[in-house]
Design a protein around this ligand. Structure first.
Ligand code: NAD
Length: 390
């Protein structure tokens, strides 16, 4: 169901002489030392054909420790000094959401490919500028939708490619937590630095999975609600709450959002995201597709790696439920970054094919949908999406 055409594998491309030629090593600068940045660093270092040569982040001890343990010599406190280098092919962005746009723009405009954490930007307009810069400079812009790379999601995509559930008329996608506001009081819970709460944070992932499995329909209208009853009261932070040094918890984003999205295909999607909620939720990712002749459900409880899939159909006229056994290995970021490196290689040469998404187009569509959700929740009205075809 995906519209993505896999890029050619450069490692298996033979030269005219019949021998495989190793492509030149791509030089990478990684920005950010938290979960995202260190995961990018390890993923790039583990892949052939790329090498991290520069690292930036604002925790000096962690910077030194990562530099030493991962063999990166050039270390910077500020992203500007890393991006200013003229010997990097790739900039990898693992920093607070509001910094994605300025870093990506500087990197793309100076001729570097960009691997960016989700959400691609804090607003759709900023995401559109990033895509335009990627197009203008013919650089790959890839976004870390790592959960889509789960083996169970890949299994569903390949199952759906054979059209076993007929016309998909509705989907449900949610990521719901009982008590898991990340960094309550940190950049995560400030609209200025994060752009929003669980909708832009967790919702980005399950929206991505649903759109991917539905075959990338274009959103036409959105109606959404949002609430922040727990976070504003300093509740729901779980064990990972990071109070500010003065003990306060800045919180001006939602902790819960729910949306109904209609698509140009006539299908619809109920999207829900919660960082915290007094509910049966634990740490639940769920994506369910309803079709005219069958259905599928992905349910990942607390990052489970087994028993996540259910297929619904009729067999010989009887309602039937099956549970394909698909184990989900770790390394989803590594898988996205591997695809990113292949896109770069496939894009080298004037006649090389660009696959859809080469310049971050998927991420832009998701960003427009999230924007529309926030606008609808703020105004209390359904929102039509303008640039549905951009
Ligand atoms: N795809 C995923 O599964 C996933 C998981 C977690 C986080 N994320 C995303 O990754 C990004 C970072 O999240 P995190 O949890 O790693 O955050 P974090 O707060 O743990 O780390 C942020 C890093 O950015 C660095 N930084 C901030 N300002 C900087 C500057 N001016 N120059 C250089 N470095 C700077 C900090 O020093 C820090 O090392 C966010 O966009 C988040 O949404 C994605």
């Amino acid at each position: 169901m995906s519209t993505t055409t896999p890029a050619a594998d450069p490692a298996t491309t033979a030269t005219a002489g019949g021998t495989a030629s190793a492509p030149p090593e791509l030089r990478v600068g990684v920005i950010g030392l938290g979960f995202a940045g260190s995961t990018h660093l390890d993923a790039f270092q583990s892949l052939d054909g790329a090498r991290v040569v520069a690292l930036a982040g604002q925790e000096p001890d962690r910077l030194q420790e990562l530099g030493t343990s991962r063999g990166v010599d050039d270390l910077y406190a500020d992203w500007e000094d890393l991006v200013a280098r003229d010997d990097l092919d790739i900039v990898s962005i693992g920093v607070p959401n509001a910094l994605h746009h300025p870093i990506a723009m500087a990197a793309l405009e100076s001729g570097k490919h960009v691997f960016c954490e989700k959400p691609v930007a804090t607003t759709g307009d900023l995401a559109a500028e990033m895509v335009a810069a990627a197009v203008a400079n013919d650089r790959v812009l890839e976004v870390a939708y790592n959960h889509r790379r789960r083996a169970d999601v890949a299994y569903l995509a390949s199952y759906l490619a054979d059209d076993p559930i007929g016309e998909i008329y509705h989907a449900r996608a949610s990521w719901l937590r009982r008590s898991g506001i990340p960094g309550l009081g940190s950049w995560f819970t400030s609209r200025r630095t994060a752009g929003g709460g669980p909708l832009i944070d967790l919702g980005s992932h399950v929206l991505d999975i649903a759109l991917h499995l539905m075959g990338e329909p274009r959103a036409v209208t959105v109606s959404a609600v949002a609430a922040s009853a727990l976070g504003r009261a300093g509740r729901g932070g779980g064990s990972k709450a990071r109070a500010a040094s003065d003990g306060t918890h800045e919180f001006d984003v939602e902790d819960f959002a729910s949306a109904l999205i209609r698509f140009d295909t006539g299908a619809s999607l109920h999207l829900e995201a919660a960082w915290a909620s007094y509910s049966k939720a634990h740490e639940d990712i769920e994506v369910e597709l309803l079709g005219s002749t069958g259905g599928v459900r992905l349910h990942v409880d607390d990052y489970a790696t087994d028993d996540t899939l259910t297929l619904y159909s009729d067999v010989a006229g009887a309602p039937t439920v099956s549970h394909p056994r698909v184990h989900v290995p770790a390394g989803h970021h590594r898988s996205v970054i591997d695809g990113f490196l292949r896109s770069i290689r496939a894009g080298e040469g004037a006649a090389a094919p660009r696959h859809v998404g080469h310049y971050g187009e998927y991420a832009l569509h998701r960003s427009r949908i999230v924007d529309a959700c926030y606008e609808s929740a703020a105004t209390g009205h359904e929102v039509e999406l303008d640039g549905a075809g951009e």
